[in-house]
Design a protein around this ligand. Structure first.
Ligand code: BG6
Length: 473
């Protein structure tokens, strides 16, 4: 059902945009910063993290452009090894100062800072010392990192995201380092449990230290559709949602493992180690909101037991048709959706899926939601007269925003929208070939050029959207 113009975005809606430290800042070894696991493991076929968009040195110019765009809020992440080069212990003053100056600059320009504490960039030293997220030791180190941030930035920052895309770190092994000697699936469930404990501790700490702040996770989610109305496929889609969405959201919201996922783990010998007090901790840390990263929906069908288990492969080259689907034998396997367009990287463009997902989450949890990422990765062309005509980006964002408006009409408590990304940055999988921003950064993977900022057509479109509070899409 569609609503007419009676449904509008709330007056105080956070019209925002997002970035992440390792993709945007550059300066990967400057002013005392040490390396993170993404600095080390980023796809070697593309640019590395040493310069990226050089935001570390150009943040004032970048905030001035945010102001010109009319942004009400800005989501960015903090680099753990910039603040704590040893992962814990001595605080790197220069690193903290960078974030203090950024937050001040935002505040002076009337832009609300929305801070992600962890966006994939674990200090290498912690990975080497005890295996990073595979060890419970990280829970205290993460809590210490959070404590430093709440102390240093808590007066100015009132919105915090604990962990970005725990769901995808779990699904896509390249975002984490796993021990090749040990069974992968078991490690994934262990790490997921440990990460959720760290998230829960961060929530408690935030409430103690900055009681007037709000905190929640930012989760990457895609709703699953059945390939056909064959009952087996419908059940497969339900279970795909249980394994890929509700496993995480139920843990965050109720501190509880879903029964069917738990039984699967038991039957396959991959249950995480639960220590005394774990479940109580999880149950006591309900977030204030859910942050949702949404790019696409997925289609699944039943997978017979005889199939081989397979992780999803990622299309890194931007040539259509290269993605291989995930298979979970006896449960579900991925398939393609013939009813929607796909990006060059095979991501299925489905704006209605966003409304579906928002409604599902609202029905289950009745909690405020913010879209922490949504956007289209594409090869943008800079014309000779220095323009970027990215109508495809405008089309993508427009249809998703229209579905957000409809979801608000359905009763979803949506309080903000952060397109990915504010400015061009290093795509995690595909470097600078795959761009997302409203602002073009003049560089390629091989040539840093002058890193000039150039406003794309989508910049002017989003400016109008914000100016009209979403009336003019
Ligand atoms: C999200 C991540 O998964 O998707 C971002 O939070 C990432 O860090 C974005 O950049 C888009 O993915 P990619 O691989 O196209 O850069």
């Amino acid at each position: 059902m569609k609503y007419k113009d009676s449904i509008a975005f709330p007056e105080d809606f956070f019209w925002a945009a997002a970035t992440a430290a390792y993709q945007f800042e550059g300066a990967h070894l400057e002013d005392g910063k040490s390396l993170s696991i993404v600095d080390k493991n980023i796809n070697p076929n593309y640019a590395d993290t040493s310069v990226t968009s050089n935001h570390y040195h150009k943040f004032k110019e970048d905030v001035a452009l945010m102001k010109e765009l009319g942004m009400k809020a800005y989501r960015f992440s903090i680099s753990w090894p910039r603040v704590l080069p040893n992962g814990r212990g001595e605080v790197n003053k220069k690193g903290v100062n960078f974030y203090k100056r950024l937050v001040n600059e935002l505040r002076e320009n009337g832009i609300e800072p929305l801070v992600t504490i962890y966006h994939f960039d674990l200090p290498v030293c912690l990975q080497e010392e005890y295996g990073g997220w595979s060890s419970r030791k990280i829970i205290d180190d993460f809590a210490y990192f959070c404590k430093v941030l709440f102390e240093q930035l808590g007066e100015e920052v009132k919105y915090w995201f604990t962990i970005n895309e725990q769901s995808n770190m779990f699904l896509l092994p390249y975002l984490m380092e796993f021990n090749k000697e040990l069974p992968l699936e078991k490690q994934k469930y262990e790490m997921n449990h440990i990460m959720t404990l760290a998230h829960a501790k961060a929530i408690h700490l935030c409430r103690e230290m900055i009681p007037n702040a709000k905190i929640g996770p930012a989760i990457g989610l895609s709703p699953n559709y059945p390939e056909t109305c064959r009952p087996e496929d419908v059940q497969a889609a339900r279970e795909a949602d249980d394994f890929r969405t509700y496993l995480f959201t139920d843990l965050y919201m109720y501190g509880k493992y879903r029964d069917n996922v738990w039984r699967y783990m038991e039957e396959n010998g991959v249950t995480p180690t639960i220590e005394e007090g774990d479940m109580e901790l999880l149950q006591s840390a309900k977030p204030d909101f859910l942050g949702i990263n949404y790019y696409q929906s997925r289609v699944v069908k039943f997978a017979p037991e005889t199939m081989e288990n397979k992780d999803m492969s990622i299309n890194m080259n931007g040539k259509k048709g290269e993605t291989e689907f995930e298979v979970v034998p006896g449960i579900y396997q991925g398939s393609s959706n013939p009813y929607v367009e796909k990006t060059d990287w095979d991501w299925e463009i489905d704006a209605i899926g966003l409304r579906t997902l928002l409604n599902e989450l609202n029905d289950r949890y009745q909690i405020p939601i913010i879209i922490t990422e949504n956007g289209i990765g594409a090869v943008d062309m800079l014309t000779e007269d220095e323009k970027v005509h990215d109508q495809y980006r405008i089309d993508y964002l427009k249809i998703h925003l229209e579905q957000c408006r409809l979801a608000i009409g359905d009763g979803v408590q949506l309080f903000g929208y952060c397109p990915w990304s504010y400015m061009d940055l290093l795509s995690t999988t595909s470097g600078f070939r795959k761009r997302y921003g409203f602002v073009y950064v003049n560089r390629t993977d091989d040539d840093i050029k002058d890193l000039r900022r150039i406003k794309k057509d989508s910049f002017y479109w989003y400016q109008e959207v914000i100016h009209s509070n979403g009336q003019k899409l």
